[in-house]
Design a protein around this ligand. Sequence first.
Ligand SMILES: [Zn+2]
Length: 404
Amino acid sequence: MKMKINKEFIEKIPKTDLHLHLDGSLRLSTLIDLARENGVKLPAYDEKGLQRLVFKNKYASLTEYLKGFLYTTAVLQKESALERVGYELAQDNQNEGVRYIEVRFAPQLHQNARMSCIDVLAALNRGLDRAKVEFNSRAQVKSGAEPPFEYGIIACAMRMFDYGFSEYFDNLLKVHAYSERKWIFSLASQELVRAAVEARMTLTLPIVGFDLAGAEAGYPAGDHAQAYALAHKHFLKKTVHAGEAYGPESIFQAITDLHADRIGHAVYLFDADMIKSPEIKDKKAYIANLVQFIADRRITIEVCLTSNLQTNPAIHSLAEHSFKHMRKAKLSATFCTDNRTVSQTTVSAEILKAVQAFHITPKELKNFVIYGFKRSFFPGSYIKKREYVHQIIEYYEKIEKQFL
Ligand SMILES: [Zn+2]
């Protein structure tokens, strides 16, 4: 097929974003509005100023990258704010042709005396659902000419937390000794699973998955094995941030201890130098086996190119990004934004970057995009999911024909 992939084509095709943090993807204008409304101090009150000081194109370190989240979390401490950003996030995605999103966030960072974990989840869902209903009531969707917009919510547990993160975590830290911290982190994750399962059961919220976020080094995934076992038991799908700042062993743990269906980032999956355990003598064989296992099980990698470059200054250009090895090994991978605002990106921009940097063919692109839909934690039945994926493929092919 002689087809050229350009920006217009990428914007038109139906897309997914399976790795999308709510608190990293607020509109700057909304952040400013909400900060004014709630008396949260910002370093600037105009978009340009915020882009110069906080939400940059390039970051010197992960610490600098994470600075923006302090402000976004601070303004999201009310139900109305969560509902608003959920609504706007769905709209921003719809406007660039994204048809399916999985919005992830750590509800416990928003939990406070006025809002339980379930209230937090319900508030976000109200916003997302409102945008979905609006989009799907358009004639093009109703007639079946275009596929509908769908979404799920992923609850993130934190590998670690410290004072100042949120009221909920501050209270936990206050009543327990420092030596008990590891145990508190693990307990908080289990509490989150229970709340997520309850919200799904009693309010029928589309909580589709469980995730583990936060600093990897020093805070092993294994500490959260009980929470993941509980999620597993309740049929929640599982993804884990792993191999973002740490090596293949972190990914191994996510797959074996936490039963991960998908992995966030996995940037260092192929780096033998990052293997720390002295028990692993043949590092090359260890990686080959791990990659083989991931490929064979179709464990999907949520690839976030811009974000990876921003948080790992050692990776100088996309040409050095491990996506080239993932592609060669035929791993199931899908392009995601991670954080639309903090990374100043969109799904379309991520795909365009990937196409240009790795010379992805139209056939390959189609596979990567469809993997997103196929490997999503779709909230409906498997039959419904299959119907949806078929409708997406048909629509994708219709657009392909327009660009021949
Ligand atoms: Zn992430």
